[in-house]
Design a binder for this molecule. Sequence first.
Ligand SMILES: [Fe+2]
Length: 262
Amino acid sequence: MTEVNQRHVSYDEIVSDLRTNATLAAAGEVPKEELSRHVGAEFKSSRILIQDSRNRATVITSPGGSPGDPHIHPDFNEWFMGFGDVMGFLVGEYTPFRATFGDIVVAPCGYRHTPLAWYGQMCMRLVCTKPGSNHDIKGIEPSRTVRLDPDWEPPNRILTPLPYMIERQGLDNDWQESVLHDQRNRVEMFNVMPGSSAESVNGDTESWWVVLKGNVRFEIAGDVVDASKGSVVYSGDGEWSAISATGPGSAVFVEVADPESC
Ligand SMILES: [Fe+2]
């Protein structure tokens, strides 16, 4: 069973946890409310991976076609990462769009939003919310829709697809670029060539990483963690870290850090 703020959780562990919990909930063996804070379909579950001073990061799964739960957050920007199968998102007045693994979605403060399980048996999203947040404010359905602006540059695009970043920067040399930057987080995407190290921007406060492609070695406070696609890695206050790509091929990952400390 995955613990909160575990040093390393592999993608397989996350999927296994979610599948087990969803099966128990669907069978009525565990109250759905214990496994998910969200109202929705059967075969739905969630697992909190990170709970620190700034964020609560949870992976949620539900089958394609499950109902959504539109709501707003009046005091923070919420963001999501597609984590498996195909998700759909309604954000503010924007035309509905889809997100798959590694794509980042921002629901700006005050924008009504609805993550929707779109296609697949386990439509997964990692939601990064503020600790203590809820779905109490439902907001109002927009009266029109507008297209996402394709020329909007990072950071803080409503949708930042992973393929867009790879096409924008390439995979042939080291790079990093902020994909989200607000008062709560700085989310930095890296591409690191095999044998190279990343210039991590994490500081004295908690940081965590999600590997999107390739193989990454994290050395954190004496622990050596070999992480791959879908791994989530956590570092606590003041824990020094070194990050390198072990190949083959480059590694792409995001780092979630305190914007005040970097
Ligand atoms: Fe939300």
